[in-house]
Design a protein around this ligand. Structure first.
Ligand code: SF4
Length: 476
């Protein structure tokens, strides 16, 4: 064929053979992976096999397997079987591993057995970002997102789901029994039909026995849930529908959008996560002062108090869930607290004074009211009861201070959205439509560590470039 760009003949020999080095350019990201992992102290990080055994067949050095995984996650190849294939045909991986091509089981076992050490690698990269000066900003946005587990929804049981399934099975058994009675009365009686119905009833009863055994397991479970495929996966709400998966928490710095801390948890709610994530983020950034911003899902008095005690400035808006406002009556925001006099001023201008203190859970709640509500002209807009009572947590001043901070910096919510939401979008796009590939919390956490490391690597390469990053790694 003429007038086309022509390739080489397959049998063409070369006078000077090509080296692997010739195929990997100076600006190839694979060089960053190589330099970063070679600079790590894998023994210190706790990698299994980092110190070779004195007897037996030599194993692969953990650096080789770690390089394969980091390369894989950076290039959206997460499966150990695909990584085995790539190690045998991908020139970049050949360069990275020195043409070693471990089998998929060795690759998968490495990820399974080194979850904690891989988390350490993730932290080391955040420390490197700190040394480079990328984590100077002290504003961190915290958010959570639900990621699907291997567990199918039909293999997850909650008390409500169990009740529904049992009711369906019982209804099925009743229907078949009624059909059997009808078949018995029919002339002539159909023995074939009766036998078929008996088989179906036996099947439904076997399913019922299976459900009862799962119900017994469910009663032993602290959160009354059982997942059959991945025992740690939990049914959670995600954007209006339910998924069976894990809740991934991330703290992202507002300046360069790097994930400075992350955690995989099995509770669907974010309410108990703020203080822990904020402290992890501060430890990673290494500064004394830090500002954290999160959405309404994180609003929890105790968590915000824990942040203030740890000298972390939190910005979390209050959830708008007032039933009084929904019913067209005054809500808490219409009652102004006077700290000097320790009383509330109501919309009618009356003082609601402190009258009693109750304990709810571990929280002390102070109650305020006035005795003139019965004669108030605004009563129908205020309360359907005898008098309007306002409750105040003993540490409510912490929440008041946070509200003042939020009012002074309304842009914080915009910063939160810009900082953290796209991070989860990016991670999920890289994962594709699939779920986590491994089961149980520890292994899933190891998978997430690799995702986060790959994300941060890509970000830093984009921000400062490959050569400056290599220089920083060598200088660290
Ligand atoms: S009903 Fe009571 S609390 Fe409400 S506005 Fe009137 S006086 Fe104030």
């Amino acid at each position: 064929m003429k007038r086309f760009v022509e390739g080489s003949e397959r049998m063409q020999g070369t006078l000077f053979p090509d080296h692997l080095e010739d195929f990997v350019g100076e600006d190839n990201a694979v060089r960053v992976i190589d330099a970063f992992i070679d600079a790590l102290d894998l023994v210190d990080l706790g990698f299994e096999g980092a110190v070779p055994a004195t007897t037996g067949r030599p194993g692969y050095h953990p650096a080789v397997l770690l390089k394969i995984y980091v390369y894989g996650y950076l290039n959206r190849i997460h499966s150990s079987r695909r990584l085995e294939t790539e190690a045998g045909r991908n020139v970049e991986l050949m360069w990275l591993t020195g043409r070693l091509a471990p089998d998929f089981k060795t690759i998968a076992d490495f990820r399974r057995d080194n979850g904690k050490a891989i988390r350490g690698v993730c932290r080391q990269f955040v420390m490197l970002c700190r040394q480079i000066g990328l984590l100077g900003d002290v504003v961190v946005a915290i958010d959570g997102s639900k990621f699907k587990a291997v567990n199918n929804r039909d293999k997850n049981f909650t008390p409500a789901k169990m009740q529904r399934r049992m009711a369906e099975l019982n209804a099925g058994i009743d229907r078949y029994l009624a059909e059997m009675d009808a078949a018995d009365l029919a002339e002539p009686a159909s023995t074939m039909k009766v036998a078929r119905l008996q088989d179906r009833i036996a099947l439904l009863r076997a399913q019922m026995a299976e459900l009862r055994s799962i119900e017994a397991q469910m009663q032993q479970s602290p959160d009354a849930q059982v997942s059959l495929t991945d025992p740690d996966a939990r049914s959670m709400n995600s954007r209006g529908s339910g998924i069976v998966g894990y809740n991934v928490q991330a703290a992202v710095d507002a300046d360069h959008h790097l994930i400075v801390a992350h955690e995989v948890v099995t509770t669907g709610s974010d309410r108990a996560q703020l203080a822990g994530m904020a402290q992890q983020a501060r430890a990673a950034i290494g500064g004394d002062e830090i500002t954290v911003v999160a959405d309404r899902g994180y609003f929890s008095g105790r968590q915000i108090l824990a942040c203030e005690d740890a000298q972390i400035a939190a910005y979390v808006p209050k959830p708008l869930t007032s039933s009084a406002r929904a019913a067209g009556r005054f809500d808490r925001r219409d009652f102004i607290y006077d700290a000097d006099r320790d009383c509330y001023r109501c919309p009618a201008g009356e003082d609601l004074v402190h009258r009693c203190t109750a304990t709810e859970g571990a929280m002390k709640i102070r109650r305020y009211w006035t005795r003139v509500c019965g004669t108030c002209v605004l009563k129908t807009q205020c309360t359907p009861g005898t008098e309007r009572r306002v409750s105040r947590w003993e540490h409510e001043a912490v929440l008041d201070r946070m509200e003042q901070r939020l009012n002074a910096r309304p842009e914080m919510m915009q910063i939160r959205r810009q900082t953290v939401e796209h991070v989860f979008g990016t991670l999920k796009a890289w994962m594709g439509s699939t779920h986590f590939l491994t089961r149980t919390l520890n292994k899933v956490a190891a998978e997430m560590n690799l995702h986060v490391l790959a994300y941060n690597l890509k970000r830093v390469i984009k921000i400062i470039g490959i050569r400056p990053l290599m220089t920083a790694i060598r200088a660290s």
